[in-house]
Write a protein that binds this ligand. Structure first.
Ligand code: GLU
Length: 427
């Protein structure tokens, strides 16, 4: 039987390793290796056919010592409480590594929005907030989009919150549509942030980006914008793998002369599923779902879900691969991680690599507080500066102390969060 991985155990093992190395005291360690608050609840929704369906939902706050808790809400049929726990913990480290004054949280609803009407999704979002409204808010816990959620979901949630509280609180949630309290650049932010890190990484490795090739898993929001910026900077994207919603399997779309993210974006649905027939007509080869990771490329970018890089698939990774750019949260299992390190592959760890999304969410909150919105160039400039600095700090520490990049990122984040919980007098 294939081994199963528990993302929360993975997140705890990563934390324990570095906390022990830093000799974090037992009190702080006990506090930080688990979430501070967990909410689990049910949401009854009247479906279009007149029946009532009951959905299970979570909101988990890992830590708020550095500021209001922050993190997205995922819609996924296989969501589990342990995945949300792990993701909430990674949000704390993510906000700390880019040094924004926010803590970490995550939410999830076990559902499949691909099979639900707009009305059903709206009632689900409003039901989520009806249960949760007293535990979220601009100074308490600030949700955002994540896997299979978008600006429309955020607006329904905001509207429900404001209807209940009777006031306007645009900073209660981020990832809102532009013109309704959203920030320009938020859509691009996570994917662009991935490539700002990658660009710095390649500079340090003295590899000109325009001589590199890459393969990417996923074609949702993060993957699409990472692909767009990577190719704009001259990189050659060889393959894109994504879930096909019609055939219910994943495919890898390959074009050895270089995939065009813009043309692929034009033939995908809003959940990132690329139309197979249209791709074939555009000259793409259609390969098995996991073929993306066996390509002879310099850079692998997992930008889908957790636990994709396991020891079972490691032998398939080409000797040519030099950089593993973790755009998804938790894509590498701990046992595979040890082997990635041994193989000398340069790692850009997830909570650093994909921190561009939450950094822009923070800018969105700042703009909402002022009720004054910046032009897109200004947002992207600030994002680029924040991501470049965060990457360079982690890279320099890794070089100086001969640390694996993941451990170096943890050292920076854990030190910042431990300092916050101690200065507050919590431990
Ligand atoms: N869901 C995104 C993440 O995993 C963004 C979170 C946010 O903007 O709060 O980082």
């Amino acid at each position: 039987m294939a081994q199963t991985y528990n993302p929360f155990e993975n997140a705890q093992a990563q934390f324990d390793k570095v906390a022990d190395m830093l000799q974090v005291d037992e009190g702080a360690k006990a506090l930080l290796r688990q979430p501070m608050q967990e909410l689990r609840f049910t949401i009854p929704v009247k479906m279009d056919d007149g029946t009532v369906k009951v959905f299970n939902a979570f909101r988990i706050k890992h830590n708020s010592a550095r500021g209001p808790a922050k993190g997205g809400i995922r819609f996924h049929p296989h969501e589990t409480v342990d995945t949300v726990r792990a993701l909430s913990m990674w949000m704390t480290w993510k906000c700390a590594v880019v040094d924004i004054p926010l803590g970490g949280a995550k939410g999830g609803i076990i559902c499949d929005p691909r099979t639900m009407s707009q009305g059903e999704q709206e009632r689900l979002c409003r039901g989520y907030i009806r249960q949760l409204w007293s535990q979220v808010g601009p100074t308490l816990d600030v949700p955002a989009p994540d896997v299979m959620t978008n600006g429309q979901h955020m607006m329904w949630m905001l509207d429900e919150y404001e209807t209940i509280t009777g006031q306007r609180y645009p900073g209660m949630i981020t990832g809102k549509p532009v013109g309704l309290g959203g920030s320009l650049g938020r859509t691009e932010a996570t994917g662009f942030g991935v490539v700002y890190c990658l660009r710095e990484c390649l500079k340090n490795m003295q590899l000109p980006i325009e001589t590199t090739t890459a393969s990417i898993q996923g074609f949702g929001n993060v993957a699409e914008y990472a692909a767009r910026l990577y190719t704009q900077l001259g990189g050659k994207l060889i393959a894109v793998s994504c879930w096909n919603n019609t055939d219910k399997v994943a495919y890898t779309f390959r074009k050895l002369t270089g995939c065009d993210p813009e043309e692929l974006a034009a033939i995908k649905d809003k959940f990132g599923s690329i139309d197979k027939e249209k791709a074939i007509a555009l000259g793409y080869e259609v390969l098995e779902g996991d073929a993306w990771l066996s390509q002879d490329v310099d850079i692998l970018i997992p930008a889908a879900l957790e636990n994709q890089i396991t020891p079972a698939v490691l032998p398939k990774i080409s000797q040519q691969v030099k950089v593993l750019c973790e755009a998804a949260n938790g894509p590498t299992t701990p046992d595979a991680d040890a082997q990635i390190r041994e193989r000398g592959i340069m790692l850009i760890p997830d909570f650093l690599c994909n921190a561009g999304g939450v950094t822009c969410s923070y800018f969105e909150q700042v703009q909402c507080n002022m009720n004054y919105f910046w032009p897109k160039d200004e947002v992207l400039q600030k994002l680029e500066a924040a991501m470049t600095k965060a990457f360079q700090d982690v890279y320099d520490l890794a070089q100086e102390k001969q640390l694996y990049m993941r451990d170096a990122a943890y050292v920076i984040s854990i030190n910042r969060v431990v300092n916050a919980v101690k200065t507050r007098g919590w431990v």
